[in-house]
Design a binder for this molecule. Structure first.
Ligand code: SAM
Ligand code: SF4
Length: 329
């Protein structure tokens, strides 16, 4: 199905990133260095199971084929497995992914898969347990790694790992990461550190372009692959000697926004047209009953006509994004 959600720059939207909670139990240096602090929103006011069902149904009816659940830490929701099942009730959503810090993986991944989860991104910034602890504030490296094994045991044939690339933290560690994916079907994705409202100093000290990784990959015989219409923005590289792949997400690269295919809905039901945009359009009043689907789609479609051509990160304008746990990175 061709997406009915399009903007003024010929972009079609097939991919919804849905935040289901702001709460997180980790304190990643680049995201929530002081830990999660409630922002006047109690747990009760995050989208309910029914609201999640309705919002994903409206997107699917307009052509969305992929949903990613994110946060905060999505797996901290007690009804997380029910949320997976509720989204997958709709067969038009062919791909349902989660981005997680991996804390609950070992315990729960098999039930997530059974409920209908099709893809998994786990955030791991270091393969050294002590450095992992220093970055996340949680001594959980071995638990997260056991979670990845559990995901393969549960039947996932491939797992994606998100690694935020940081100068003097992990930007010299490419070989360690490559050794790790030589025999494992893991797509390891280096995400360039992005500037957020609260993270200006960290950004200035640690941002490094993904080009440093790309140059090394190309020198070592890695080859770039083509991108599908609901794929994320990663440039993906493969190599005949490796079971795994490397992805590069480089939001500061020219034309990054030209291939934008995703929309975001926050944990309180606001539509965000860009991770680094402003405001957000509340959808919540139209999520209260099953018979408001047409209005909901119309509001989303109309909002899209105001989507800007690019983000303004280059000018140091990070929009309303204080940190990425807020809208869901
Ligand atoms: N808690 C989950 C996790 O960490 O996987 C999901 C939410 S987290 C905000 C989503 C992704 O955004 C993670 O992979 C995280 O590493 C990434 N992220 C957070 N802040 C970032 C920043 N300032 N720059 C680049 N990536 C960031
Ligand atoms: Fe939590 Fe994810 Fe942010 Fe880390 S990146 S603090 S795990 S929301």
């Amino acid at each position: 199905m061709v997406s009915q959600f399009t903007d003024n720059f010929d972009r079609s939207f097939y991919y919804l990133r849905l935040s289901i909670t702001d709460v997180c139990n980790f304190r990643c240096t680049y995201c929530l260095p002081d830990g999660y602090k409630p922002q006047g929103v109690t747990n009760k006011s995050f989208l309910s199971l029914d609201e999640i069902r309705r919002v994903t149904r409206a997107f699917a009816a307009a052509g969305t084929e992929k949903v990613r659940l994110t946060g905060g830490e999505p797996s901290l929701r007690r009804d997380f497995t029910d949320i997976i099942a509720a989204v997958r009730e709709n067969s038009a959503i062919r791909q349902l992914a989660v981005t997680t810090n991996g804390y609950r993986l070992a315990r729960d991944v098999a039930s997530w898969r059974e409920a209908g989860l099709t893809a998994l991104n786990v955030s791991i910034d270091s393969l050294d347990a002590r450095q992992f602890h220093a970055i996340t504030g949680q001594d959980k490296f071995h638990q997260v790694m056991a979670g990845i094994d559990a995901a393969f045991d549960a039947g996932f044939s491939k797992v994606k790992v998100n690694t935020v690339l940081m100068r003097d933290v992990n930007h010299h560690s490419l070989q360690t990461f490559l050794d790790w994916i030589r025999d494992r079907p893991i797509q390891l994705r280096f995400i360039e550190l992005m500037e957020t409202g609260e993270g200006g100093d960290l950004f200035r000290n640690h941002h490094v372009s993904g080009e440093v990784i790309r140059d090394q990959l190309l020198q070592q015989g890695w080859v770039r692959q083509l991108r599908g219409r609901s794929d994320g923005p990663a440039q993906v590289f493969c190599h005949p000697d490796y079971a795994g792949e490397i992805g590069l997400i480089m939001p500061y690269e020219k034309n990054f926004c030209a291939s934008c295919n995703r929309l975001r809905v926050s944990a309180v039901g606001k539509l965000h047209l860009c991770l680094f945009g402003d405001g957000g359009v509340s959808l919540r009043d139209l999520l209260q009953s099953d018979d408001q689907q047409a209005e909901l789609q119309a509001r989303i479609a109309a909002s899209l006509k105001t989507k800007k051509q690019t983000h303004f990160l280059h000018q140091g304008n990070t929009g309303i994004t204080q940190n990425l746990s807020f809208i869901g990175g």
